[in-house]
Design a protein around this ligand. Structure first.
Ligand SMILES: [Zn+2]
Length: 107
């Protein structure tokens, strides 16, 4: 009885390590999942994204307390993500809403 309990305690750290190693490489599949949910299109301009110019944008920037959860993440053009930097959500909306005509990401 005691031996079985010790065995199960010993197994736990290994099981946790396995879970971590499975979860770590998810950054890439998260991008793919978000892309799929957005039909492969940029969240802001709606154009088709290729994996090479797609990036995960945090609506509320992480630098300002935004989280890496799906309710705060969208996929958009890498160029726009870099342009936004850690701009706050209000300024992003202001910028996008004031565009005349069709919104275009920076080339
Ligand atoms: Zn775009």
């Amino acid at each position: 009885m005691n031996l079985i309990m010790i065995d199960s305690i010993k197994l736990q750290p290994d099981a946790k390590q396995q879970l971590n190693s499975v979860q770590k490489p998810k950054a890439n599949s998260k991008l793919q999942k978000l892309l799929y949910l957005q039909h492969g299109c940029c969240f802001f301009c709606g154009e088709k994204l290729s994996p090479s110019n797609a990036s995960i944008e945090h609506l509320n920037p992480k630098a300002k307390g935004g989280t890496s959860t799906e309710d705060n993440e969208v996929v958009c053009h890498l160029s726009l993500n870099q342009t936004f930097g850690s701009m706050d959500l209000r300024r992003k909306f202001e910028f996008i809403l004031r565009q005349k005509g069709v919104f275009k990401c920076p080339q």
